[in-house]
Ligand binder design. Sequence first.
Ligand code: GLY
Ligand code: MN
Ligand code: MN
Length: 466
Amino acid sequence: MTTLDSILAGKYPAKAHARRVAERLHASGYGRHGIIYLEAQKTRLIEDNDEAMPFRQRRPFFYLSGCPLPDSYLIYNIGRDELTLFIPPIDPEDVIWSGLPMSVAEALRRYDVDQVLPTSEVNATLASIASVDGSKAAVFAIAGQISEETKFHGFIEMNTTTLKGVIGDTRVVKDGYEIALLRKANDISAKAHIAAIKASRAATNEREIEAAFIAACIAKGARDQAYHPIVACGQNGATLHYGGNDDDLTDPVTKQRKSSVLIDAGAEYRTYCADITRVFPLGGKFTLETRHIYQIVLRMQTETIAMLKEGVRWEDVHAHAHRVAIKGLLDLGILRGSEDELFDKRISVAFFPHGLGHYLGMDTHDTGGNPDYGDKDTMFKYLRVRGCLPAGSVITVEPGIYFCRFIIKPFIESPETNKYIDINILEKYWNVGGVRIEDNVHVTQQGYENLTTAPKAFEEVEMLAS
Ligand code: GLY
Ligand code: MN
Ligand code: MN
């Protein structure tokens, strides 16, 4: 068994998470008495149909339970440090369709909780806690995630507005087990990226590459995707979250293979996500223009990853990526002017219009980043993380350069900014579409640890694609 698999053979550290959330509630000014009440996602049927909708566990519930079962409940008694999981009992009507549900004994063996009871015991358990501690105990729960059948009689306070944010903030700093899950999601995704690049050799349409990626994830143990894969050939790569994935890899007019493919895809492994982007050539060799842009983006990524360390300001890292982009585009002649002026006038935003990255965890765009989408500064407006990065956080580093006519046109047409862009040189680059390179990086006290192993060196990518 690998070290990674042996870590993951242990229990997900739900109890430690419950304690950390309770500590953070306390640090926000709440007393040490109270309960945390969480519900799993319910089984829901597709409208006008008797099939279940695809199931996605609620993240706050999973964080404090490690339990992927639908229709379950959780109570953490903060004062007594006692974590109780409630799982669905046998439904005799359902056994013929679904088999027997997980037993209480099995759940106790699998999950890091103090006791497991059937869901029929939720109200009795709440009543018994209230009868002992209710006069001083508050209930912390999440608005909109509380079943009508659950009764909270006898507690001193019902707080449904604080818990979600507190759990979201706690989730930013990952423990060793969570890093192992993220690494596993990355390992599977790296193999799937390689499979997708190899599949492109014989593929005729974007969807065959997507199919190869998903097939490899499932075969390696990840049935779910962290998000819908983005498989974008040629100019489709200029759309950040392109979702068509059904374009022909050959240009209908020139009958030539398009220059390259951007694939942004990641597996979800036991609710933890990978989020990886690679760009590779069709036909084995990058075109000269794509190669130019790829080299700039790779430099943007290498230099910004090297800056990562506990306490670094994410805005500074993002700004550095822009400076590298400006230098590169100046060297190519696409931009004109001085580096400082181009930076101050925010000209590079025309080519790199999104934030450098976001926290990653149980959500692809994970919680706790405190974005400021109202920021008037176009360079920082879309940054999904603001402020300093703590050790233990995991962040994507995903610089990109895109040739999107809709975004670049206003810069060319404005008399204030058109002098900075050489449209004759730009003309040669539209076919590049977009280049983004995205890795998932664990921030540590000393520096960082890159969790992403998918190949990105120029020659390696060309070799895989040919
Ligand atoms: N895959 C979505 C993103 O990179 O943010
Ligand atoms: Mn991302
Ligand atoms: Mn991505």
